[in-house]
Each structure stands twice: as C-alpha cells, then as structure tokens.
Design a protein around this ligand. Structure first.
Ligand code: FE2
Length: 387
C-alpha cells in the first residue's frame, strides 16, 4: 500500500464559536423579581448566547418600547408567563442591553427615539453574535410598508398594537423554538470544527489537507449524481476522516522516515478511534462509517474491517480515493509529492485493487476535463450540514 494513504494529517479552518459583546446602558432597567444577584454581571462576561446553555434559568426577553405604559404592560404579561424581562426605551439603549445581557428574544417597537426599530434589527443581523437572536417587531399600525421593511431588515415576526396577549405569547414561543433549533445546529457545527482543528493542532505538516479532501470528495459525489442529503455526510466524513490521529503519538505522525511495524500498527488504529470520537455527534450515524472505513480497500485488504467492494460505504470509497490521491500529490516529510500524471497512473493501476474501479475514471475525468484545483480552499462552513 502506498505509504501516503495512511499517514497524512489534516487541516481545517477554524469556525469561530459564538461570543457576546459587552456594554453598559444607563437606560436599561431590570424589573424581574426573579433576577438572581450577580446574574447580569455573569451574563455580561459569559459570552453565552444559547438558551440551552442555561436550562434552569427562565428565559430573558428584552422589551424595547418607548411608551412606558405599553412597556409596563408587556413586562407584566411576560413575567406572568414565566419570562424574565428587561426594558429599554430607545434603540441605542436596546443594542447596548443586547450586548450586555444576552437576551433570548427581543420585542422591538418600530418607532423609537435615537434609533428606530428597523435600524436596530439591521444592526443585529449584521453582527454574527446576534444573527439568530429572535426579534419580534411591534408597531402601532398594521401598515404593510412597516411589515415589509421590518421583515426585510431581518425581523422574525411582526405584531400590531393593540395585540392579543395569547397571540403575542404564542409568537414568542414559536420564535424561541426556532432559535433553540438553530442553536443546537450551531453547537453541532462548532463541535465538528473543534474536532477538525484538534487534528490540525496535532500536526500541521499537511495543512489544508482536509479542506482539499472535502472539496474533491464533494465534486466527485456531485459528479456521481448524489443529492444534498448524501453529500452532507461526505463533507463531514472528509473533514473528520483522520480525527482519530488525536490518539496517535505525535512522534509517529511527524516521523520523517518509514514507520516500523509497531508504529504502523498504532497508526492503523486511527479510523476506529476516529469513529468512536465522532459517535456522540449529532448525525454521526451517516458520517462515522466514512471515518471508520476510509482505509478499506476494494480488494478487501484494507483496514480496520477488511471490507470488500461495495460493502465499503460509498462515502468511504470516495473519501478513501481522494485521500490517497491528495496524499500522493503533496509532499510529506519523508518524500516529495508525485506529479499529476504519475498520480493518475498510480490511481489507474490501483483501480479494482485499492480503489473502486468505477470511481477512478470519474476522478480522472474531473481532473482532465473540468479541472480540480488541488490547492483550492473549500468553504468549510457552508459544507456543514444541519444536524
Ligand atoms: Fe486516514
């Protein structure tokens, strides 16, 4: 087996975890009797935005309303419904309160002093920290223009005053359910990115290997006619295929010479380790088999399970092929990468032995006709599926 198929390491661009800004706002008042001592300070410094990160706390709704009577009515209604509340009376104060107090939802009046509701929601949506913060806009009139402007600015919902209490609370529950789903999705993506980065941190010698791999695997999958649902796990599998190398000693990963038998045995454990690492992740049933089986060979001589032919999951056959091809064409500490022609000849020679014989011509066809930029970065974030 070519050495390069089992010793390459990985590199994936960091996806930044969410964090919250900070600020102060003298115009903000807390009226919730349930607000725990020190809670606002803790929120201001925690960087947490997720309602599921504080499951035992009542959810916090920020009311931005310049009409004092309506603001008080909303706070009373929300407190009775079990929410904690903060009240601000103008747009700029509202933005400061959001940065400081990290609310779960915002009720935002349209006509506000200093900065109107439309501008507030535009600014929230342009800030990555508040892009999924639910915002329900309130207006005194059911003007179609306001509704269109508000929704275009990024509001999640719109409600006209006077409003039915039950309807307001139902819309709040609905917006919070959607936000919770988005937060769970974001957490899953962050976990995948963290794992992929852990591999890179272990050995950066083959920087961007996983990005190239994901790019090539997706192009190959698309060429085969796979749909979005099948391509998503391939993206995950490609990004995480070598995550098990976290469990392999660094001296082995970076050894500038051929591995001895014991070292090779340790290296060969990385697909199983990787599959176990991925198991707790949402959606892993679809992509952990790619991680486990990316070193299987079409003729059954691969590892860890010696699967043969089509018993190897298609995603693992794709990732295995592009992984080996990428390793062949890039330098390693102990050898120079082969040129493209040489690598293509090697891939053809291994069709039906190491590689799925139906996949090799597809890869070569992509290389020869459409061209694959072997150094092209893949937009990692956009690959990550909703899990
Ligand atoms: Fe591997």
């Amino acid at each position: 087996m070519p050495r390069g198929t089992e010793d390459e390491t990985a590199s994936v661009t960091l996806l930044s975890p969410s964090s919250s800004g900070s600020g102060t706002d003298a115009n903000t008042s807390s009226r919730s009797s349930a607000l725990k001592p020190g809670y606002q300070t803790a929120l201001a410094s925690s960087g947490q935005r997720s309602p599921i990160s504080r499951p035992h706390e009542r959810q916090l709704v920020l009311v931005v309303e310049d009409d004092v009577a309506i603001g008080a009515l909303l706070e009373t209604l929300l407190n009775r419904a079990g929410y904690r509340t903060l009240l601000t009376t103008d747009g700029e104060a509202g933005l400061s309160a959001i940065a400081r107090a990290n609310p779960d939802l915002v009720l935002l009046d349209v006509g506000l002093p200093r900065m109107d509701g439309f501008e507030v929601v535009r600014r929230l949506r342009s800030d990555p920290h508040s892009q999924i913060l639910p915002v329900i806009m309130l207006t005194a009139h059911s003007r179609t223009d306001d509704v269109v402007t508000g929704l275009d600015a990024g509001a999640d919902d719109f409600l006209s005053k006077p409003f039915q209490h039950a309807e307001l609370l139902a819309r709040i529950r609905s917006a919070l359910r959607l936000r919770n789903a988005l937060v769970r999705m974001e957490s899953a993506h962050a976990a995948v990115a963290a794992l992929a980065n852990a591999v890179e941190a272990k050995d950066s010698l083959t920087e961007r290997h996983c990005q190239r791999l994901a790019n090539m695997a997706l192009r190959l999958g698309a060429k085969l006619g796979l749909g979005h649902a099948e391509l998503e796990p391939i993206a995950y599998g490609a990004l995480l295929h070598d995550v098990g190398k976290i469990g392999v000693p660094e001296a082995i990963l970076t050894k500038p010479a051929a591995l001895d038998a014991d070292e090779r045995e340790l290296m060969r454990q990385h697909p199983e380790i990787g599959a176990r690492i991925c198991a707790p992740l949402a959606g892993s049933a679809a992509f952990a088999p790619i991680v486990r089986h990316h070193h299987e060979r079409w003729d059954g001589s691969g590892y860890p399970d010696g699967l043969r032919g089509e018993r190897i999951p298609l995603g693992a056959r794709i990732v295995g092929l592009v992984d080996a091809f990428d390793a062949m064409t890039h330098d390693r500490p102990y050898r120079r990468g082969r040129d493209l022609e040489e690598a293509v000849a090697e891939a053809k020679g291994q069709a039906g032995r190491q590689f799925d014989p139906d996949l090799v011509p597809v890869l070569i066809g992509e290389l020869e006709h459409d061209g694959i930029d072997l150094d092209e970065d893949v937009p990692t974030g956009s690959l990550l599926p909703a899990v």
